[in-house]
Ligand binder design. Structure first.
Ligand code: GLC
Ligand code: MG
Length: 535
């Protein structure tokens, strides 16, 4: 008998802590703020919260530049977010409500203000020199190779004092750690231990596929498909700077450590083609539990393409590998902007009825769209370094609109990024009591997942992918449920499979619950979940 791990049936919710709830009037969200809003998450019915980084940081990349990971000797939470005491209180409050808490582990790089890097750059003889990636200049004095930072420009920064370059896959304020160094490796595993001992339920691991680079640092090949406007990082293919075979031993070490604590969860952030992505489950599932599946983020929004993508993903999963799905995150355009407000409801039904663990990005449950940020309010280094290409992430990181009080209840001060202009009519309080709202749709979808194991952990079988209609069955111990999604704006009829005829629409994204005969008439932009009559 094997028991199903808690995260198979779970729904994860991503909190971007700067933007969730401010408690002290500084305009930036914080840990006590998250605690104040836990009832919202519990009402919604989510199972686990992943919080983007909250550790001490100069905030060059808004917390993805960690200056203190916490270890045996020292530990902290950035004062902007609160204290370690606030963290413990939050963790306790989350657990008390039967939810779990996942932290964001940023192992690929630290802040350049981390004491390790300060030490490392102090001299070539520093015992921490090799904890980072230092190389001599090329013969012409230039950078050691042609690797490009993901945020544009060379990925090498010159250190005049010690006469070498250091590597940074992101900002120069984010020097890459050298995971080939055993002492660094041990120190970072201690960091995981520290938080696991404190009771966190797992981690989302930042840029896992970046962690190891080819040992001899060869040039990356040029990208033949590169076009202006894509962002300079795409001018070369990152074949030598990412996704090296040695990364899997590191993931396995992290997994072995997490497993010693019982049912903790590791999720890896990995942007790679399917067949490369699957390696991150590890040989015999010794890698991370869930390599993030970002395919829906860039998927063309039509039935055939989605059906193909789902089939390819399901087919590529290794034995025992559990699927997962994501519509967006703090780095990518929001779903409501990509597919429009009407289809965002259908997308929510898709995300929450596919086979696998879904992660919901904060704000998507009220249909938040990307917010146009005035030029003088832009703060994301991704935007500031390569302006105007639409690569900036400020639009998807705006404050959560809670209610109609000033600043939508997010802060008593000045929000660090502007609110969505429609916050007086698009906010949690208004949607909570409106049965037709996006929030109510999410709440009902999550309730159905709890009521029907078929939706949470059942098998998946495609039923139709024609015109604009995508339909599939989910089955667990008995009669399946049918999910049918109209991905377009015009009505469509779907002849139902025998078993679904005469069933009931348990949930319609348009609130049109009804019984069905032999043919399902879907309104434009409608998604439904049908329960056959005999069950
Ligand atoms: C990940 C994070 C992103 C960050 C980058 C560097 O992709 O999601 O926000 O900028 O890593 O840490
Ligand atoms: Mg604050």
């Amino acid at each position: 008998m094997t028991t199903t791990p808690w995260w198979h049936g779970a729904v994860i919710y991503q909190v971007y802590p700067r933007s969730f709830q401010d408690s002290d009037g500084d305009g930036v969200g914080d840990l006590p703020g998250i605690e104040q809003r836990l009832d919202h998450l519990a009402d919604l019915g989510i199972d686990a919260i992943w919080i983007s980084p909250i550790f001490p940081s100069p905030m060059a990349d808004f917390g993805y530049d960690v200056a203190d990971y916490c270890g045996a000797d020292y530990c902290g939470i950035d004062p902007l977010f609160g204290s370690l005491g606030d963290f413990d209180r939050l963790l306790h409050a989350v657990h008390k409500r039967g939810m779990r808490l996942l932290l964001d582990f940023v192992p690929n790089h630290s802040s350049d203000r981390h004491p390790w890097f300060v030490d490392s750059r102090s001299s070539r003889a520093s015992p921490k020199r090799d904890w980072y990636i230092w190389r001599d200049p090329a013969p012409d004095g230039g950078p050691p190779n042609n690797w490009i930072s993901d945020f544009g420009g060379s990925a090498w920064a010159w250190d005049a004092a010690t006469g070498q370059y250091y590597y940074h896959a992101f900002l120069k304020e984010q020097p890459d750690l050298n995971w080939r160094n055993p002492a660094l490796r041990a120190a970072m595993l201690d960091v995981l231990r520290f938080w696991l001992d404190r009771g966190v339920d797992g981690f989302r691991i930042d840029v896992l596929w970046h962690m190891v680079k080819a040992a001899d640092f060869p040039d990356n090949p040029p990208n033949p498909d590169y076009r202006d406007g894509m962002g300079e990082m795409h001018s070369v293919l990152q074949v030598h700077s990412t996704d090296q075979p040695e990364v899997h031993a590191i993931a396995a070490e992290m997994r072995a450590l997490a497993d010693r604590y019982g049912d903790r969860l590791l999720i890896g952030e990995i942007y790679l083609p399917l067949e490369r992505l699957m390696h991150y489950y590890g040989v015999e599932s010794a890698g991370v539990h869930l390599p993030f599946n970002f395919q829906l983020i860039e998927a063309p929004w039509n039935a055939r393409a989605l059906a193909r993508l789902i089939a390819d993903y399901e087919a590529a999963l290794p034995a025992g590998g559990w699927p997962n799905w994501v519509l967006g995150n703090h780095d990518r355009p929001r779903i409501a902007t990509r597919v429009g407000e009407a289809q965002a409801r259908v997308a929510a039904m898709l995300l929450l009825t596919l086979r696998g663990t879904p992660t919901v990005y904060y704000g998507d449950e009220v249909g938040l769209a990307d917010v146009a940020i005035p030029a003088d309010c832009l703060v994301d280094p991704r935007e500031l370094r390569e302006p105007g290409l639409g690569l900036g992430r400020d639009p998807v990181r705006t404050p959560m609109p809670w209610d109609r009080t000033p600043n939508a209840g997010f802060t008593s001060g000045t929000p660090w990024l502007p609110l969505n202009a429609d916050w007086p009519t698009r906010n949690v309080a208004l949607q909570r009591d409106d049965p037709a709202s996006m929030l109510s749709l999410h709440r009902r979808l999550l309730a159905l997942r709890r009521a029907h194991p078929a939706l949470a952990i059942g098998d998946f079988a495609l039923v139709a992918a024609e015109d604009d209609v995508l339909a599939y069955a989910r089955r667990h111990d008995g009669t399946p449920l049918l999910v049918a999604l109209n991905l377009g704006g015009s009505p469509h009829d779907l002849p139902l499979p025998q078993w679904a005829r005469g069933g009931r629409v348990l949930l319609s994204t348009l609130g049109q619950e009804r019984s069905v005969a032999d043919t399902l008439s879907l309104a434009g932009d409608e998604g439904v979940i049908i329960q056959p009559s005999e069950s």
